[in-house]
Design a protein around this ligand. Structure first.
Ligand code: SAM
Length: 393
């Protein structure tokens, strides 16, 4: 029974797209637009629809895959035909393939053994084998997205975990409630619908797997930068995404390193990396002393943001505009004034503040990090977001 099983991946509702979309629509194009932490690429799609050339960057291979699928026009009939061929191959071959990903190491296989039962693992291996035989690259990618949707789900999917998408996964099932062969057709239909909505435009759409702290672009390249950085205690996307990415050539070790380097993961810096000299993070925290206690996490986060903002400044052309959407965030129970920090970092890197708008968040649409305290006042404060508009002189 599929009713009630809610799939939240891919193409989740992303934060602040209406703000970004409105901004992009108001600008006469085509302009060069960048989102250096694009997530699933909602802002990029809004940029395309508004007639701009768009470029997106993310460190997360799954985000890159999803954004590419959502923004690259492909022949939907061909996609459906290839997906049906893949499904037929899986049905015919899954019992004869090994229950682990291709070219996987021991650590990755141990992870698979724990989180997937043997039949699911064989079906997933069979599907990746079959996808590998699809000729067209963009079709392969779209089918991989459909497979991913059967693994990263809010409730039950093809792994032994529940709610892989949102919470820390728990091994709830010995035998997963669904088989890939049951779920994939429905997921393929969903991806078909997404593919039908890909904007057919003449402007450029480009996505890079890269780091926003070290953007692979020449200076003065973009007219507009729009982004929303992860919070200090951001949703840990990689924790969920690894369940899928291991089936597509990534190892647990590699994904662990990637996660450790991501912005917003709760990990301190070994050295102060030149951040604390310039920034007293305590100034941005409402609980006296907490910033001291967690200073290495906060310093690392502030240092990452500083690098991102200075990269945004570098790649923007003179006169270009940057919009950063942030909200106050909690780190270990203390509220951290992220908007004030971003404002200070931007000004220090040569971006002047043009406008600041604080507005209440629609909490039903917004993916907030799970609350760490039941404190009502804290919750209220978190349900605001700040839109900061900067200009490069
Ligand atoms: C969609 S955005 C922000 C969403 C929202 N602020 C939140 O915390 O839920 C987060 C994205 O930033 C990406 N990200 C994290 N560190 C990054 C980095 N160093 N370079 C580029 N993207 C990064 C993540 O992979 C994720 O897709």
């Amino acid at each position: 029974m599929l009713a009630g099983r809610q799939t939240v991946h891919p193409f989740p509702a992303r934060m602040a797209p209406p703000v970004m979309a409105k901004k992009l629509m108001s600008l006469r194009g085509p302009l060069e637009v960048l989102d250096p932490m694009m997530g699933s690429g909602t802002t990029l799609l809004a940029g395309l629809r508004a007639g701009h050339h768009v470029t997106g960057v993310d460190t997360d291979p799954l985000a890159v895959m999803i954004a590419n699928v959502a923004g690259t026009p492909i022949d939907v009939t061909l996609f459906e035909r290839r997906a049906a061929e893949v499904m037929a191959r899986v049905e015919a071959s899954w019992k004869d393939v090994p229950p682990w990903p291709r070219a996987s190491d021991m650590e990755t296989r141990t992870f698979v053994e724990y989180w997937f039962d043997e039949n699911s693992a064989r079906q997933l291996r069979a599907v990746t084998n079959a996808i590998g035989e699809v000729e067209e690259h963009s079709v392969r990618r779209a089918i991989a997205c459909a497979v991913s949707r059967t693994i990263i789900v809010k409730d039950a999917g093809v792994s032994r975990a529940r709610d892989v998408a949102h919470s820390r996964p728990h091994r709830t099932y010995n035998v997963p409630p669904y088989r890939l062969v049951e779920l994939l057709p429905r997921s393929v239909r969903h991806v078909s619908r997404v593919l039908r909505k890909v904007p057919r435009v003449n402007t450029r759409f480009q996505v890079h797997e890269a780091d926003a702290r070290e953007l692979p672009f020449a200076e003065n390249r973009f007219d507009i930068v729009l982004t929303s950085p992860p919070y200090g205690s951001a949703i840990d996307y990689m924790r969920a995404h690894k369940f899928s990415l291991i089936w597509f050539g990534h190892s647990i070790g590699q994904l662990r390193r990637l996660r450790g380097g991501n912005i917003g993961t709760e990990r301190g810096t070994e050295s102060a990396e030149g951040v604390s000299q310039a920034l007293e993070v305590d100034r941005f925290c409402d609980v006296h002393g907490i910033a001291q206690r967690y200073s290495s996490i906060l310093n690392r986060y502030a240092g990452d943001l500083r690098r991102v903002i200075s990269e945004i400044q570098r790649v923007l052309r003179p006169g270009g505009a940057a919009t950063v959407v942030v909200a106050p965030t909690t780190i270990r129970g203390a509220t951290f004034d992220l908007p004030a920090l971003v404002q200070e970092l931007a000004q220090a890197s040569g971006l002047s503040l043009k406008a600041r708008l604080d507005r209440p968040l629609d909490s039903t649409r917004r993916a907030l990090p799970p609350p760490r305290t039941g404190h009502a006042a804290l919750d209220t404060r978190m349900r605001f977001e700040t839109i900061l508009d900067f200009i490069k002189a």
